[in-house]
Design a protein around this ligand. Structure first.
Ligand code: PEP
Ligand code: MN
Length: 340
């Protein structure tokens, strides 16, 4: 259930509802929108007198939510989530560019990439330090040392840091170096990890699992939101289908569907969907045309030498050219919209 409060509601009316909910052992989640405050109610509502609740001052109406997610649902924040991390706005009018190598490999590598991407206007440096590899004998990442390198490189160029965390055990240490926690496709339904991440007070980017429906994906997002962390972004990275011509099938249709179903910003990772560099630019352009709130692209100074995902990482020059095209597209989209 969500409680929709009247426009310009008084704080004392919100406090009154919160206290009624808390006396029933229910957890209130407050969304302060531009026009109204909405209160999401989590917990066992059987003892709650909903008629009494709906008559409280400031309450406009109670809306039962039948889906398995309510805080991730669009009705919790109808105007869409927009939030800032440092001075970067996510979910706002300009898509945010995230880029960096698949894995942090060395100081030189991460500094080179940080410079290239910041020169192109990217705001967030990515790089894996705990790599979820199919084989235990493949490169596993540099761990905390990798995170330290990435933090230094990001600070040198005024970038934010995003990195994947694969275990609850690494969270506290990693939180010292990163600004955004990435949940990878393989952990997108690791519910205890999601709940633990929801508690550490860092924004989260939740990738879509390779075999997850959109409904299941939003259920995973709800695990984070229900812990009180509302700065959650989704990232479409391709799903497993019968097609073998590329690594995964990028689900472009998921972008507009998510815009209907959820208020959370929607990012797209064309690199892991493509599996090879040549396919990355067209998929990136398609994602922007479909309304993505940003891209996450793998870039490596020398892809053939990369310790993971060598085939799909863009060379710096290719990233520079892609960003030139994306910026041109964004200007064009803006112009067309202004003619509406
Ligand atoms: C990654 O972004 O580093 C990664 C491993 O991606 P995914 O979880 O989407 O496979
Ligand atoms: Mn990768």
């Amino acid at each position: 259930m969500i409680i929709i409060m009247k426009p310009k509601v008084r704080q004392s009316d919100v406090d009154n509802i919160v206290s009624i909910l808390e006396t029933h052992d229910l957890v209130p989640h407050i969304s302060e929108g531009t026009f109204r405050t909405i209160i999401g109610v989590v917990g066992d509502k059987t003892k709650l007198d909903t008629d009494h609740l709906s008559l409280q001052p400031g309450v406009e109406r109670l809306v039962p939510i039948l889906s398995s997610y309510k805080l991730a649902g669009r009705s919790f924040k109808p105007e869409g989530s927009v939030f800032s991390i440092g001075d970067v706005e996510f979910g706002g009018s300009s898509p945010v560019q995230i880029a960096g190598p698949c894995a942090v490999e060395s100081y030189d590598q991460i500094f080179t990439v940080a410079k290239v991407i910041s020169d192109c206007g990217a705001k967030v440096l990515r790089g894996g330090a705990y790599k979820p590899r199919t084989s235990p004998y493949s490169f596993q990442g540099l761990g905390v040392a990798g995170l330290q390198m990435m933090r230094e490189a990001a600070d040198a160029f005024g970038l934010l840091v995003i990195s994947e965390i694969t275990s609850e055990y690494d969270l506290d240490e990693a939180a010292k170096y990163i600004d955004i926690v990435q949940v990878g496709a393989r952990n997108a339904q690791n519910f205890r990890l999601l709940a633990a991440i929801g508690k550490i007070k860092l924004p989260v980017m939740l990738k879509r699992g390779m075999a997850m429906s959109i409904e299941e994906w939003l259920g995973s997002a709800e695990y984070i939101l229900s812990e009180g962390e509302y700065r959650v972004m989704l990232c479409e990275r391709g799903i497993s289908t019968f097609e073998t011509a590329y690594r995964s099938t990028l689900d472009i249709g998921a972008i507009p569907v998510l815009k209907e179903k959820t208020h959370l910003p929607v990012f797209v990772d064309p690199s892991h969907a493509a599996g090879r560099a040549a396919l990355v630019p067209p998929l990136a352009r398609a994602a922007i045309a479909a309304g993505a709130d940003g891209l996450l692209v793998e870039v490596h100074p020398n892809p053939p030498e990369a310790k993971s995902d060598a085939a799909q990482q863009l060379r710096p020059e290719a990233y520079v050219e892609l960003m030139r095209q994306i910026n041109g597209m964004l200007q064009y989209i803006e112009k067309v919209k202004n003619h509406d």
